[in-house]
Design a protein around this ligand. Structure first.
Ligand code: FES
Length: 133
């Protein structure tokens, strides 16, 4: 008998004891719509919420790149900073990040910012956060 089921006498099967460890389930990552491709001009960006994480999608000369919108120096948003080529400059203390790779290029940031896959599907720019799959 499977735990949770009842037998003919109405007695429930014993449930296995919890070990104290809680398991959290999460659906597999899915593509999230960001913006119609025609509405994101080169040099522009959009921020979208993906599973409660702010993700910034940039158009760099027609190529789309997505990063988590958080500076690894002190947690500031990276959007709002200047974009120079493939680089974004943190508006707070000036660290530079490569939008394609996420690499921290200048102090005071030393850790890369996470990058995410981007695609254009049926004219819509989409992003996915598959880091936890
Ligand atoms: S918070 Fe970005 S460089 Fe300090």
């Amino acid at each position: 008998m499977v735990p949770g089921q009842h037998d003919r006498r109405g007695e429930a099967a014993a449930r296995p004891a919890l070990s104290g460890r809680r398991w959290r389930t999460r659906a597999l990552a899915e593509w999230v719509d960001v913006v119609p491709a025609g509405e994101l001009e080169p040099g522009d960006y959009r921020v979208v919420d993906v599973d409660d994480i702010a993700v910034a999608v940039f158009n760099v000369d027609g190529e789309y790149y997505a990063i988590e919108d958080v500076c690894t120096h002190d947690g500031s948003e990276l959007t709002g900073g200047c974009i120079e080529g493939e680089e974004v400059i943190c508006p707070r203390h000036g660290a530079r990040f490569n939008l394609r790779t996420g690499e921290a290029l200048t102090p005071p940031a030393y850790e890369p910012v996470p990058t995410l896959p981007v695609r254009v599907e049926a004219g819509m720019v989409q992003v996915m956060d598959d880091r936890w799959d």
